[in-house]
Write a protein that binds this ligand. Structure first.
Ligand code: TXA
Ligand code: MG
Length: 343
């Protein structure tokens, strides 16, 4: 199959993408978080093509994307007031809510769960495609399963060229990591995945928020997880990733002692000079967490091209957007973390 590249700015793009979706095809869509691999969420056959193209395990449910908050009621029931409060403040935007699901959403999309994850993305062209198609778009991140998510059309083509009907190119994704997921079907709201909406901002609106243990911990095998995707080794480049904690000087000293030819360093812009001769790659400024989420996956992909053995990685500490970076980097590292104070 030849994958059509549709420019987001071209006047006929939204209509063409909607046609392909309604005909049961796959279209990679831009969103402010990452690119999504979209299909008509109400068409089981189309949705099964997503799993095939990505090599995604069948028990991993998809997020459905809607154009307006008012569409929530078509796909969900027993929607708590908290969902409307979150939608009012954060939609359109990088927040996904898990809610009880109506029958209209096929089991293929929800992996047979009684709940469905819903998001209203910020990217205008994508909401226009949803409006024109008149159906929600089911879309996981548009990467091969297990690879870092895609934040540019080029990355999508690298993974999926020839396997999907089209891609809508709207330039690099603003946020760079996937949406924050909150489960509102439990007694207390639960953070299943940190992302562009911080836990602090959620707490301001919800008053209460439980952080699921899968968010920052390494789950034991066979653990019961609420977001099935969290149990898979995720966001992984081909190289081994080792997170080095501690202050800049100690971490750099640790890396200097252990660095081998063919290794690389993923660090903050401010630390580049400490890693001279050690193939350093900056993913943004420590002072600007949004720069780190924006570039993390792009830099991991760039390092993937270079057949690197081990990547020594620096990770920001604390809450806010740093929380999302920690979650993604720890998963990429398979929770392999050393203290820079060690020898
Ligand atoms: O930013 C994003 O969320 C991107 C863009 C394209 O919207 N999408 C995305 O989808 O990251 P995906 O499939 O890569 O990640 C969705 C996560 C998975 O971990 C999945 O298990 C979880 O959401 N999920 C989906 N439906 C769920 C449900 N009903 N209950 C709990 N977790 C669910
Ligand atoms: Mg994904």
């Amino acid at each position: 199959m030849k994958t059509e590249v549709l420019a987001a700015q071209a006047p006929e793009t939204a209509q063409r993408a909607a046609e392909i979706l309604l005909a049961g095809g796959l279209v990679a869509i831009p969103t402010e978080t990452v690119y999504g691999l979209g299909a008509n969420a109400l068409d089981e056959v189309a949705v099964s093509k997503i799993f095939a193209a990505k090599g995604r395990p069948q028990d991993n449910p998809l997020i459905i994307h809607i154009a307006e908050t008012k569409e929530l009621e078509r796909y969900c029931h027993h929607i708590p007031q908290a969902a409307y409060c979150l939608a009012e403040r954060f939609w359109p935007g990088p927040l996904t809510m898990v809610l009880p699901c109506r029958q209209i959403v096929p089991a293929k999309t929800t992996a047979g769960l009684e709940t469905v994850a819903v998001r209203c993305p910020e990217t205008e062209i994508t909401r226009e495609i949803i409006r024109l198609a008149g159906v929600p778009i089911a879309a996981p991140s548009a990467n091969l399963s297990g690879k870092p998510s895609t934040t540019t059309a080029e990355h999508v083509l690298y993974d999926l060229d020839g396997k999907i009907e089209a891609i809508v190119d709207d330039g690099p994704s603003r946020v760079g990591v996937e949406s924050t997921i909150v489960d509102l079907t439990q007694e207390r709201p639960r953070l299943l995945r940190p992302g562009g909406i911080t836990p602090e901002a959620l707490r301001e609106t919800l008053g209460d928020l439980v952080v699921d243990p899968a968010v920052l911990g390494n789950l034991p095998p066979n653990a019961v997880v609420r977001a099935p995707g969290m149990k898979y080794k995720h966001y992984a480049p081909q190289a081994d990733v080792l997170i080095v904690t501690g202050n800049s000087e100690n971490a750099a000293a640790y890396v200097r002692r252990h660095f081998q030819p063919g290794n690389a360093v993923l660090c903050f812009e401010e630390e580049l000079s400490l890693y001279e001769g050690m193939n350093p790659h900056s993913y943004g400024s420590r002072e600007d967490e949004a720069s780190l989420t924006h570039s993390l996956f792009a830099v991991l992909r760039e390092l993937d091209q270079k057949e690197i053995g081990t990547i020594f990685a620096r990770c920001p500490e604390g809450g806010g957007l740093a929380y999302a970076v920690q979650n993604r980097l720890k998963k990429a590292a398979g929770f392999h973390i050393v203290s820079g104070e060690e020898t």
